[in-house]
Design a binder for this molecule. Structure first.
Ligand code: TYD
Length: 135
């Protein structure tokens, strides 16, 4: 899929538990300017339904499980994230929907820029028009 992909991070495992280090400038392909996390999503709720014009993000599910559907005008893919030290990179102009949050799912997002509503495309038909021009 265009502008997206699974990232595998190092996991330091031991009898005292596991540790996953993620370093800016080394492990993440952009400068991290913002982090946020999503919790307490009921299992019948879906979120997202937008693309970003410029933003780069890495999504990490720190607890539980969640499905992420990615779409472009030509492709569609569903990725299940869980606490297995894998993350999902999503670059500009990729439509995403998040759903099937398990109980106590925690979705952490690393982002390349501050929050700006102007960077969102929230209308799917408009997204298709813009993405068809771009890709
Ligand atoms: P939104 O990105 O639409 O969430 P999702 O894609 O998970 O459904 O954001 C939901 C609300 O939270 C929206 O009103 C904007 C606000 N928000 C911020 O204030 N700062 C942020 O960094 C983010 C991501 C959202």
């Amino acid at each position: 899929m265009l502008n997206s992909g699974i990232m595998k991070f190092k996991r330091v495992e031991g009898k005292y538990g596991n540790l996953v280090p993620i370093e800016g400038g080394r492990d993440i392909p952009f400068d991290i300017k913002r982090i946020y996390y999503i919790t307490d999503v009921e299992s019948d709720i879906a979120r997202g339904f937008h693309s970003h014009r410029m933003l780069h993000q890495v999504l990490l599910c720190l607890n539980g499980e969640v499905k992420i559907k990615l779409k472009t005008p030509f492709e569609e893919e569903v990725i299940q994230l869980k606490n297995d030290s894998r993350g999902l990179y999503i670059g500009p102009m990729i439509w995403r929907e998040m759903y099937d949050f398990s109980e106590n799912a925690v979705l952490l997002v690393l982002a390349s820029d501050n929050y700006s509503e102007d960077d969102y495309i929230r209308n799917y038909d408009f997204y298709l028009d813009e993405a068809n021009k771009l890709f």
